[in-house]
Design a protein. Structure first.
Length: 122
């Protein structure tokens, strides 16, 4: 599967690369949510900078937001940083962010890891 999950001291970084599908997002999410470190995470960085394309719909972006809403009920406030320069992915990330904004997780889109980490760890 084209993803790598790396738990940090206070957060988690998910690198998704190549062609990323709905199943890849779901698999990475389930793997993260099943880890003990997940409950302690203050941020999640979704790095799509190496994704050549994403094979997901706008409806799935909303579905992911609703899944994260469910997760936010039982977990702490979290920052979600999405890294990409791909316009297609930015469009989908904005849809996700619009729905997550209604709940207690903050979401921002960044062009690089350094800026995303600075924001996420403030």
């Amino acid at each position: 599967m084209p993803y790598v999950i790396n738990f940090q001291e206070t957060g988690v970084i998910v690198l998704l690369y190549d062609v990323v599908t709905r199943d890849d997002f779901l698999a990475a999410g389930h793997e993260m949510w099943g880890q003990q470190n997940w409950d302690k995470s203050e941020y999640e960085i979704v790095d799509l900078s190496q994704a050549t394309s994403v094979d997901i719909s706008e409806g799935f972006a909303m579905e992911m937001a609703h899944m994260d809403n469910a997760a936010s009920i039982s977990s702490r406030r979290r920052k979600v940083a999405i890294i990409t320069t791909n316009q297609e992915i930015i469009h989908l990330a904005k849809i996700y962010a619009k729905f997550v904004k209604k709940w207690k997780w903050e979401t921002e889109i960044f062009k690089d890891m350094d800026t995303a980490l600075q924001w996420a760890t403030l």
